[in-house]
Write a protein that binds this ligand. Sequence first.
Ligand code: GDP
Ligand code: MG
Length: 698
Amino acid sequence: MIKNINVALIGNPNTGKTSVFNALTGLNQKVGNYPGITVEKKQGICRLDRVTKARILDLPGTYSLNASSMDESVVVELLLNKNNPDFPDVVVVVADVENLKRNLLLFTQIKDLEIPSVLVINMSDQMQRKGIKIDLEKLEKKLNTKVVLISTRQNSGVDQLKQILVDYRSIPSTLILDPTNIDQDYFESLGKAFPNQSLYKLWLVITQDINFTKLERQKVPDTAQFKTQPQSYLKKLQQRETIKRYQTINQILKETYRVNLDETTDLRSKLDNLLIHKFWGYVVFFLILLTIFQAIFDWSSVPMDFIDSSFARLGEWTKAQMPAGILTDLIVEGVISGLGGIVIFIPQIAFLFLFISILEETGYMSRVVFLMDRSLRKFGLSGKSVVPLISGTACAIPAVMATRNIENWKERLITILVVPFTTCSARLPVYMILISLVIPNERLLGISYQGLTLMGLYLIGFLMAIVSASILNRLLQSTNKSYFVVEMPNYKLPLLKNVAFTVWEKTRSFVVEAGKIILAISILLWFMASFGPGKKFSNAEQIVAHQYFNQVLSDSELENKIASFRLENSYIGILGKTIEPMILPLGYDWKIGIALISSFAAREVFVGTLATIYSVGSDAQETIKSRMDGEIRKDGTRLFNLSTGISLMLFYAFAMQCMSTLAIVKKETNSWKWPSIQLFSMTIIAYIVSLLAYQLLK
Ligand code: GDP
Ligand code: MG
């Protein structure tokens, strides 16, 4: 008979929980989300010995059981709820050897819940270099538990941990801090009211509420009467608990833990001084960013072109193999080009995460956060928002995914919501053609107006991101105070395995999860552009042939005319005409309306759609331009004049016109709420700004 046990890995952030998790479970793991919230849930299976199988749960990093963030509350909720199917038979507290004191605070709290708890001291490979000595036997005795030294990096200690887990019943469940030591009166009366309950557990149930009320209440004893004390009183007790715990821990460590400092710490502090310097820190950071984004652009352009042409060729090949008809069109223009639209993002995502995980792994990212945090915090962002905001200039998709590193939910959400304002590379072709149409190619004091306009558009994107971040910061309620923990891990060489794993995981989850939505919408857009109601659409060829019967047109000219006529009478075309009254005040006609709607597949589609509408072959950039240039309104004026051009550029700068971004935001926030808010508010902002611009410039 196989015996199944539940094991939970709990610890401060960055102590190596996930590394221990990987060492235990190997590839037997599954990543999901906790229901209703965006905290990542990682589970895996580990065979401990012939008869014991452990289900291992890698929990989010937490500093204490006094939850102050959504991540932490997941841990507390689990430990307080015996009915939760994940409730652990044994908890493994993962501590890192250099910050044992702070880690032990959490350990003693969990131990006092009377759940069998093992202490893992990870990163033991650092002990010699750091001159750390630990008296393990004494520590085990003082903490009344098993203690294992582990180094996931050197793969040592893991087998010993498995042995201890098999034998978890032998771990005593004695308390480390008797709650009555915190406040005798309070806890004695609590004990009288609930005689058969663990006092410390009751206390956590009571205080959990004052810190965090967001999550659904679980079934617990009715402790209402003990909450009638003013909150400040409960908070004071909580502080006293922390102080008492640290007193105990200090005493224990004094007898068991010793550090002999040497030069390594000196080198570290010199490097720190440079990297978080008010001036040089920024210089180094921007040099690194410059290198990274240069590399992302350079390295991903080749695979992106390759993917682009491969999918085009695959489409042509399929078209040649299959009989002409709707099914073939669906496969070629809907499915294959939709898939191409997903795969095309892979190089950028992979390269960005390659760099991000190297920065994280080396410990540099923590310095960046320290450096940038103060200025970005004013706008409701975090120091870690820098990377997503700047990645947004390549593409919002990897940028939104990069926000996973931001622990604080509100800061992460704000970053996700404002990232699409930064000027992504898909806007560039739209800007380019509009600028060359409406901005004079002249210079003032050697500065080109066209270049200036382009720069202005980039700046306006960033500015809008920052401004909307501060507004969101006021609007969104914060469920938790974002206190700033100065967490500076040591510098390390990045572990290839970890880096590769991050890159793989990010790419996979994008393709699998956002991919589904992107594919569905591309097929929908294809359908809307390829079908139309009524006779006009189905008889396009005859009608066009009839219209031009007395003109001599080449085959391709005729084909372009037919394609244009079809698009005009397709569902998208009809939609474009329907919205014309709405977009007329912005200076657009229904043709631009069609291009706006199709841009939803990807903004750069704007140019190609106009080419089809104006019945010019879509590859001839110059022809499109001169055709757009010659476009006349009903009143005889030029369509693409300065006011319409500016209005359109502003519309593209602000509108949320990208289904792929919406798909990834849905995935990352785990609900349709935020992408919908994004879609509507950004479109409304774009509308108002473009309206003002057009009406003022007209
Ligand atoms: P988590 O946040 O607790 O899940 O921690 P991770 O498993 O993500 O590890 C945090 C960092 O510590 C990573 O950079 C790991 O490479 C590093 N790390 C993990 N285990 C060890 C170890 O045994 N020795 C050393 N030197 N570093 C480690
Ligand atoms: Mg982790």
